[in-house]
Ligand binder design. Structure first.
Ligand code: RI2
Length: 318
């Protein structure tokens, strides 16, 4: 991240314009933004300080509505601050929480890669979609174990995150072939395993990930190809356990076409879609490989019934 973005407002804009992207990364950077904001805005009146923090948290959460990691990062970072006696104590908590959140999130990716690589068969042809740090780390680890024959990576229109994936894999000398999104079914007969990431995992085990993921899962299902999701537990959504739907982000039509060149044309640009649990063979988390249907237990275990009912970033103040 460039130095001018290392301000709370710069990070917020970076998340909004997607120069900071990837579900885990936006959670980590949101946590850092809350910390930087707290350091900048500290003042003697603790109530005023907490209100400011809440407003900033709300603004951060409005940048990208789908990935629960953003909420996880903000909520974890503000955890406990409503009980602090003064502003200094609030800031100390935020600094500690943020450090813990970022560290745990980075460690989770390493653990997922170690576990996930064991699920990759020998001499595997893998297909991946978009750019997921957890999926890419798993593929690189499998390559280090000598298991990877070829990776097919989708381009991922319209933002072309597939370009990041192919560069990251090529840098590590992983054999990689880029394909356009619509070539997935054509290539599926060659594929041994699909490995993708997740933005959010719902309590019913469905996975919300980059638009096109659900089509890939259907094609994998048709061909009997295992479909593996790599997702840290911070991506499991407590809101869905409360019955709230996951909002699917719609982005600017200009990401798809130049509307001036297509007068009278409307564009629909949903960024994510929902893959039902029945098309997912397993989810690799940092606490182990689970069937998608076990998402409910992960959410309960992570939160505990009490905190589940009370966790709400808007309620972070007093
Ligand atoms: P990691 C990305 O969203 C992709 O959908 C990717 O699969 C997911 O986040 C998870 O990425 P976007 O920010 O957390 O590109 O595994 O819209 O890096």
């Amino acid at each position: 991240m460039s130095s001018e973005k290392m301000t709370p407002e710069g990070i917020l804009e970076g998340i909004r314009d997607m120069s900071i992207r990837g579900a885990a990364e936006i959670g980590r950077k949101a946590s850092l933004a809350v910390r930087l904001f707290a350091e900048k805005e500290i003042g003697p009146d603790v109530d005023a300080y907490l209100s400011k923090l809440q407003r900033f948290a709300k603004d951060l959460l409005s940048t990208r509505p789908t990935a629960v990691t953003l909420w996880s990062g903000v909520t974890f970072t503000l955890r406990g601050t409503e009980k602090a006696g003064d502003s200094k104590e609030v800031l100390g908590m935020i600094q500690k929480n943020s450090e813990r959140f970022i560290d745990a999130s980075l460690r989770a990716v390493v653990t997922i890669a170690e576990i996930g690589a064991k699920k990759v068969p020998l001499d595997a042809t893998i297909l991946t979609h978009c750019n997921s740090s957890a999926a890419v780390a798993t593929i690189i680890k499998a390559h280090e174990l000598g298991k990877v024959k070829m990776v097919y990576a989708t381009e991922s229109r319209p933002k072309l995150q597939g370009h990041i994936t192919v560069r990251q894999l090529a840098e590590k000398k992983v054999p990689v072939t880029m394909i356009v999104d619509s070539a997935v079914r054509h290539h599926m007969s060659l594929v041994d395993i699909v490995i993708v990431g997740a933005d959010t995992v719902a309590s019913d085990g469905s996975v919300i990930n980059k638009i096109g993921t659900s089509q890939i899962a259907l094609v994998a299902h048709e061909r009997g190809v295992p479909f593996l999701v790599c997702a840290e537990t911070i991506k499991f959504s407590p809101q869905t356990l409360r019955g709230e739907p996951v909002t699917i982000e719609e982005r600017d039509p200009a990401e798809v076409i130049d509307l001036k060149k297509f007068p009278g044309v409307k564009v629909s640009n949903p960024v994510f879609d929902v893959t039902p649990a029945k098309y997912i063979d397993a989810i690799v988390t940092e606490v182990g490989v689970i069937p998608a249907k076990a998402a409910y237990e992960i959410i309960l275990h992570n939160l505990g019934a009490d905190s589940l009912m009370t966790q709400n970033p808007e309620g972070a103040g007093r």
